[in-house]
Ligand binder design. Structure first.
Ligand code: PLP
Length: 405
């Protein structure tokens, strides 16, 4: 089904060189930009001129030359017309949703998503008159049944955080198109692996903080979509990115630009190692969830959505049943085996482990956690690629023998 090659698309996009022929682009740090004639300025405010029209810049909360390079590279990766960079994943999500939804509107969201997004939809948006119905992403009929006349957005993650349930993007796209709803997909777990816009999504949001940057040293986000939507977000008088102001610093943009070329290579290695670890745990009889395992209930769906050659991603989960067992397992992994670091977040070159129910999903009540299939003992692994794979597997095996058998 998937014919898109994000790696090739990234290579084919126009490469930006620095001043004096630098192989790396220059960082443009100006907050404001001068124009030759005073009449140019009102034309920029009216949207008649601008960086994508004639190279005219105004002010860096609007567009900045360096963040625009990153935006262009991300758009190439995603197969979108345009992209906009933001200061965090959360600001990409909140700005995109607030652009699409106004007071009185309704969102249908997957019930298993990052805890911060869940809290935004459940607690913050109702204060603005925007309501959300949460449904199981592995059952498309739930989305269909939840559509109301005031529904404006279907919101899901590609592979859900942390349950790794998989959203059927082509089917959700059919529902959204039929009902004139926008399909917004958070693809943070699966950059280059899945290309949601190519499967029918309207907007893709990212926390670049994770795999895309890959070094756990920058908080950043992005929105990838059609030109119209990105222009709406950036409209000087009404755009949510322009007015809420979660602007990416050009220095952060530069760092991510320099790491983006090896993202496909990194994703391949994350996937290879996560599959090996998941296979080992599965063979040992441990309840392991990974979309690359044929035992994953939606493995075939995952297979039908992925771009070839990048595997199934770097995230897997292990159900230790209770929080105490999970904490003991994580402690043995980190402190006795030196396998991974107990930390939230994901997409680092080293393995990160956390107990989701009491950390990044703690915004979700225990009964809702159980409804979405999140056990209190679930340990989420973001598998890194340092060290020899053979030794890493031995470390996991010993920790499992000590703690879980
Ligand atoms: N989306 C997903 C799937 C996440 O896991 C996270 C953070 O963990 C976010 C969005 C929020 O990203 P950020 O921390 O960059 O705001």
């Amino acid at each position: 089904m998937q014919k898109f090659n994000p790696e090739q698309a990234m290579c084919e996009t126009r490469r930006e060189f620095g001043e004096h022929g630098g192989v790396a682009p220059s960082i443009s740090r100006s907050s404001t930009f001068t124009v030759m004639e005073p009449g140019t300025m009102p034309e920029i405010f009216e949207g008649l001129r601008g960086p994508y029209k004639d190279g005219c810049y105004l002010y860096s909360r609007h567009f900045n030359p360096t963040t625009n390079i990153l935006a262009r590279y991300l758009a190439a990766m995603e197969g979108s017309e345009l992209a906009a960079c933001t200061a965090s994943g959360m600001s990409a999500i909140s700005s995109a949703l607030l652009q699409l939804c106004h007071c009185g509107d309704h969102i249908i969201a997957s019930n298993t998503i990052y805890g911060g997004t869940y809290a935004l939809l459940k607690d913050v948006f109702p204060q603005m008159g925007i309501s959300t119905t949460f449904v199981d992403p592995s059952d498309t009929s739930g989305f269909k049944a939840a559509v109301k006349p005031e529904t404006k957005v279907i919101y899901t993650e590609t592979f859900a955080n942390p349950t790794l349930k998989i959203a059927d993007i082509p089917e959700l796209s059919k529902i959204s198109k039929k009902n004139k709803i926008k399909l917004v997909v958070d693809n943070t777990f699966t950059p280059v692996i899945v290309s949601p816009l190519k499967l029918g999504a309207d907007v893709v949001v990212y926390s670049l903080t994770k795999f895309v940057n890959g070094a756990s040293d920058i908080i950043a986000g992005a929105v990838c979509s059609g030109t119209d939507f990105i222009y709406q977000l950036m409209n000087l008088h009404t755009g949510r990115l322009m007015l809420l102001g979660p602007t990416m610093d050009p220095r952060a943009a530069f760092d991510i630009i320099q790491r983006l070329p090896h993202l496909p290579m990194r994703m391949r290695e994350h996937s290879t190692r996560t599959l090996a670890a998941a296979e080992l745990l599965f063979k040992m009889g441990i309840k392991t969830v990974y979309p690359g395992l044929p035992a994953h209930p939606q493995h075939k769906l995952a297979e039908s959505m992925i771009n070839q050659g990048y595997g199934y991603g770097g995230i897997m989960t292990v159900d230790c049943k209770t929080k105490d067992r999970a904490e003991n397992f994580m402690s043995v992994l980190q402190n006795q085996e030196q396998f991974g670091l107990i930390a939230v977040s994901l997409g680092y070159f080293d393995t990160l482990i956390s107990c989701s129910g009491s950390s990044t999903s703690s915004e979700i009540s225990p009964d809702k956690q159980s409804e979405m299939g999140l056990s209190p003992g679930l340990v989420r692994f973001s598998i890194g690629y340092t060290g020899s794979l053979e030794k890493r597997l031995e470390q996991i095996e010993r920790a499992v023998q000590k703690c879980l058998l």
